[in-house]
Write a protein that binds this ligand. Structure first.
Ligand code: FAD
Length: 553
């Protein structure tokens, strides 16, 4: 027993937590109205692990003996459950294929190293044996970054970092913590919190993703406006590469040519296995508050978020949903409390009297942290900006609810799959000057794609993660389809969205990475010369393509 816990093999998160509609009376009518799907029908997932056909392990006796010598027998695992769990990430494509029993190529063995030295030996043993090595963090990626190439005939070794989950040291003066790469979000926050620190990195996948995975995919957390993306948070790191260890000391900044640290960020396992990182941490704030606001339109909300970014306010979260996502948020509220408390007939009458089109209301969250005085000053600055754009403060209730429930929201995809709809996300970043046209183009492209495949569906969006130059737009889309062709239809919509990102001046992904899902757009994003640089970097470090081949480029 390795003691490492994993998510469900067929879906998101852990057993015992699931999304329900019964406590959200507006949801079923909303979904029926928007996509014609009746979600009150019971779910239909019936496949059990025993029903899967799992190809036999191809691990040679020789490589097994070598790996066993390195990590011990208990940490070399090839049982069915472990092999299935390590086969894929958690994109809707992954979930659909696993639920259908379409596993493709499955890792032949999973090893659980307990130290950097063991990881280094595993990397070298895999290269010597010409085996494929795929690092595994929490398995939460949604870009196909763990996908084993179907045509791959070599042995596949999945290296699970789950035993490397400790905060090793904290430099209290610099606020720099050295943490092992396999630490999951809650593990590392709990260890840091005991000493009064926080990393401040809270992706929606926080509960089931790791520090190493965040670095390897260039992740971004909900509070990135204050704490930065993982790319800024990561100051130094250690990585086992073929034949040697890369050690980058933690530095505030450096002028040592092209940044090797940046080359490792987003490398998705193609350069080696990150075993630890030294990251910027912050003192736990005295006050933490998320205020909710309404805007009369998405355009007004976008402008307000831009103005907050260029003001003297230093917020932790700047987020605004379009009217579609706002309507969805209203529909998912429980019988009492949260947003539903706000959507009262009285308030709606007031807004109508002010000339608001109630179908265009956009919900926004802005986060504040720090001392009481600091938070009060920031709120004052933001209040003025919000009212300049016609917005209205609706208090902390909805923000608290959002904060408490955000890590449970991902369970909705399994609920929808069980009832005949496929939902997933695509996100981008673009300059402020291009955001609204990009948004309009994506909505139009997705709706055209849904019409092309002749299926009803829904697309909605929010802005989050603001920068001086621009921001991230995060689209969630769903197709009502439980036919065998659902993935082909999903692809038509996904492709239309991704291509529109590029055509409208955005990037192929702001924080989900490339994997195999987004690699078709890499050349358009980086130009052929950029592809050449990345291709030659990977080839130089890993000439036989033993390290997670086929990802990124
Ligand atoms: P894995 O999925 O295990 O691996 C991802 C990639 O990194 C693979 O290529 C793997 O080989 C490589 N890798 C993992 N560990 C290492 C290591 N130690 N050394 C080298 N390579 C390694 N992402 C965000 O950024 N923000 C979000 O808010 C967010 N929300 C999400 C919500 C949901 C519901 C889902 C399904 C995903 C979400 N994601 C989000 C995407 C995902 O959680 C991130 O990509 C995350 O960084 C992956 O971390 P992981 O530990 O799960 O890595």
């Amino acid at each position: 027993m390795t003691g490492v816990k994993h998510m469900k093999w067929w879906g998101w998160g852990v057993d015992g937590i699931a999304f329900h509609h019964e406590d959200k009376p507006r949801l079923a009518p909303f979904v029926l109205d928007k996509v014609g799907l009746d979600i009150t029908t019971p779910g239909r997932r019936s496949l059990q692990l025993e029903d899967l056909t799992i190809p036999p392990s191809r691990l040679s006796d020789q490589l097994r003996a070598t790996l066993t010598k390195i990590v011990g027998q208990a940490n070399v695992v090839d049982d069915d459950l472990d092999r299935v769990v390590h086969t894929k990430g958690k994109s809707v494509r992954d979930l659909i294929r696993v639920r259908r029993g379409e596993l493709g190529r499955v890792p032949d063995v999973i090893v659980y190293p307990g130290s950097h030295e063991e990881v280094q030996e595993i990397v070298d043993a895999c290269v010597d044996a010409d085996a494929v090595l795929i690092p595994f963090g929490g398995g939460s990626n949604i870009a196909g970054s763990l996908e084993v190439p179907l045509e791959e005939n070599r042995q596949i070794v999945s290296v699970d970092l789950g035993r490397l989950n400790k905060v090793l040291s904290i430099d209290d003066e610099a606020g720099l913590a050295t943490i092992q790469a396999g630490a999951l979000g809650p593990d590392l926050e709990e260890q840091l919190g005991r000493r009064g620190w926080t990393l401040g990195h809270f992706p929606d996948s926080f509960s089931h993703s790791t520090l190493g995975g965040w670095i390897a995919t260039r992740s971004s957390g909900m509070q990135s406006d204050k704490y930065g993306d993982i790319a800024e948070i990561t100051r130094g790191l250690k990585m086992a590469m073929p034949g040697e260890t890369l050690e980058l000391r933690p530095l505030p900044s450096t002028s040592t040519g092209p940044s090797v640290r940046e080359m490792v960020l987003g490398s998705e396992g193609r350069l080696g296995v990150i075993t630890e990182a030294t990251v910027q941490v912050h003192r736990l704030p005295e006050v933490r508050e998320i205020q909710a606001y309404f805007f009369p339109s998405f355009a007004a909300g976008l402008k307000a978020m831009h103005d907050i970014t260029r003001s003297e306010a230093n917020v932790t979260v700047s987020r605004v949903s379009d009217e579609r996502e706002t309507a969805f948020s209203f529909a998912t509220q429980k019988k009492s409390g949260g947003v539903s408390k706000l959507v009262t007939a009285g308030l709606m009458r007031v807004l109508k009297a002010r000339g608001w089109d109630l179908d265009q209301i956009c919900l926004s969250f802005v986060g504040f942290e720090g001392s009481k005085g600091h938070v009060a000053r920031q709120k004052g600055i933001v209040k003025e900006i919000i009212s300049e754009h016609g917005g209205m403060n609706v208090g902390t209730g909805p923000g608290q609810l959002y904060d408490q429930k955000k890590f449970d929201t991902p369970y909705i995809r399994d609920f929808l799959l069980d009832r005949g709809a496929a939902a997933d996300v695509s996100e981008t970043a673009a300059p402020w000057s291009k955001l609204k046209p990009l948004y309009d183009n994506v909505i139009e492209a997705a709706e055209n794609a849904l019409a092309e495949v002749d299926r009803s569906g829904y697309i909605m969006c929010h802005l989050s993660h603001s920068y001086h130059a621009g921001a991230c737009l995060y689209f969630t889309f769903a197709i009502a389809d439980d036919s065998p062709e659902v993935l082909e239809r999903y692809d038509v919509v996904k492709r239309a969205i991704q291509q529109t990102f590029i055509d409208s001046g955005g990037t192929l992904s702001h924080h989900h990475g490339v994997g195999v899902e987004h690699s078709p757009w890499m050349e358009q994003d980086l130009s052929p010369a950029g592809m050449k640089i990345i291709g030659e970097l990977f080839a130089g470090v890993d000439p036989k393509q033993n390290l997670n081949p086929g990802k990124v480029v």
